[in-house]
Design a protein around this ligand. Structure first.
Ligand code: RNT
Ligand code: ZN
Length: 419
């Protein structure tokens, strides 16, 4: 089998070379594609605080497939399995509601590094970086639908404290692991029906963010991102943290903007936004997902949208300015399989992006040869990419082609089915 893969690769290499593409270089570039795996696909965003509690905040994981992780050690075991089926090096993206509460419950305004040390140690053992998120949902103090933008001073202060704690934890994570921790802030705040005081709510949010972000941390340890959204379930009419809002905030305050491709109107193209945002902010964070008709967070597949995102990053050498995270949670299929399919799809998009003769195509564009540009884009779609992908997987010592399916099934039978 591996002989066949090598042979196929040699042929593919020649075919790509004929259009000016170096396949070895494209594979080498994959070293810089470090995808942050969102912990929440293991357990449908349940967390370890109150795993049987109701997920709130206008997001929803639909389905009831057996075998979901029930605690931190099951989440870790599942993630280890996932990473063993992925080429390259990943990171972990953890939410604050996944703390270690074995020594007693601690509320969100009181969490500290202690509740996350086990995760840091696990990441250290895996040799991976760790990113972090404050959790502004699935909590009684978020029941009104407002957190950082609340006009109830007690509620607002509680969440500001949570933001501060999350940033301190992120700083400590980055310090301990020696790679900056990306701290993403997303809040569900919004209104089901037409609000009157949009401005007042947004002014509250600005006040809260300014307070929460007051303390400066070294960039080598932590970097802040703010995530916008167009609507949530139960908050259909207005989102306080809209894209206009956060893009403005990020530019003014030198924060990263987090672009989740489920958070825009369906004809908007997130791939197109990257080069716009990067004119004005140093870095962006991505939440790569697949919205089907709404922000449904389906498993990522290799579609045109994801390809545009990856191509825009690779074409412009933006890999050091774009932090890549995933954000999907499908509870209707094997969750480990969901991760592997979704992450490998995103990785494929990046490898495909590296197999484009970009300079030549820019020349066509600049010469006004738009038929030729279109033709090349079409031809690239059916070049022998799979041979390069398989060779990359072979080099990395992970299953090639569809061989991960059997591995996922085995884990299901031996581990998940017993939960
Ligand atoms: C919600 C946002 C947010 C969450 C996670 C759990 O619409 O996309 O990123 O999905 O933080
Ligand atoms: Zn997101």
């Amino acid at each position: 089998m591996s002989e066949l893969i090598k042979k196929a690769y040699e042929i593919a290499k020649e075919q790509y070379a004929a259009i000016g593409v170096d396949t070895d270089a494209a594979i080498a570039k994959m070293k810089d594609v470090n995808i942050s795996l969102h912990c929440w696909q293991t357990d449908d965003v349940s967390g370890t605080e109150n795993p049987d509690g109701q997920l709130s905040g206008g997001i929803q994981a639909t389905g009831n497939y057996p075998g979901k992780a029930r605690n931190a050690s099951e989440i870790m075991a599942d993630l280890e399995k996932v990473m063993s089926l992925l080429p390259g090096k990943q990171r972990l993206n953890l939410h604050a509601l996944y703390g270690d509460f074995s020594e007693g419950m601690v509320d969100r305004d009181a969490i500290g590094i202690k509740q996350f040390q086990a995760w840091i140690d696990w990441c250290k053992a895996q040799g991976i970086g760790l990113d972090f998120n404050g959790s502004f949902f699935s909590h009684p103090k978020a029941d009104s639908g407002f957190t950082l933008s609340s006009k109830d001073e007690k509620i607002r202060k509680f969440w500001v404290e949570h933001l501060k704690r999350s940033r301190e934890i992120a700083n400590e994570i980055g310090k301990q692991l020696g790679t900056p921790c990306v701290l993403n802030t997303w809040i569900p705040d919004g209104s089901k029906d037409t609000p009157i005081d949009r401005n007042g709510m947004r002014a509250q949010l600005t006040k809260s963010l300014d307070e929460g972000f007051e303390q400066e941390f070294p960039k080598e340890h932590m970097k802040d991102a703010v995530e916008s959204k167009v609507f949530g379930i139960g908050a259909e009419t207005m989102t306080v943290g809209s894209h206009d809002y956060y893009l403005g905030y990020a530019i003014k305050n030198n924060k990263m903007i987090c672009l989740d491709n489920g958070h825009f109107h369906p004809t908007e193209v997130v791939g197109d936004k990257i080069s716009s945002c990067l004119q004005f902010v140093d870095e962006v964070l991505l939440h790569v997902t697949r919205p089907v008709r709404w922000d449904s967070d389906h498993v990522v597949t290799l579609n045109e949208e994801v390809q545009t995102i990856a191509s825009e990053i690779v074409r412009n050498d933006f890999l050091d300015r774009v932090n890549i995270g995933l954000d999907f949670f499908d509870a209707s299929i094997n969750r480990i399989g969901a991760y592997v399919v979704g992450t490998r799809a995103a990785q494929k998009a990046f490898l495909i992006a590296g197999l484009e003769p970009t300079k030549e195509m820019i020349k066509l564009e600049e010469a006004g040869k738009n038929f030729e540009r279109l033709a090349m884009l079409e031809e690239l779609k059916t070049m022998p990419f799979a041979a390069v992908w398989d060779y990359y997987c072979l080099q990395e010592g992970v299953p090639t082609g569809s061989n991960y399916i059997a591995e996922v099934q085995k884990y299901e039978n031996e581990v998940l089915a017993k939960r």
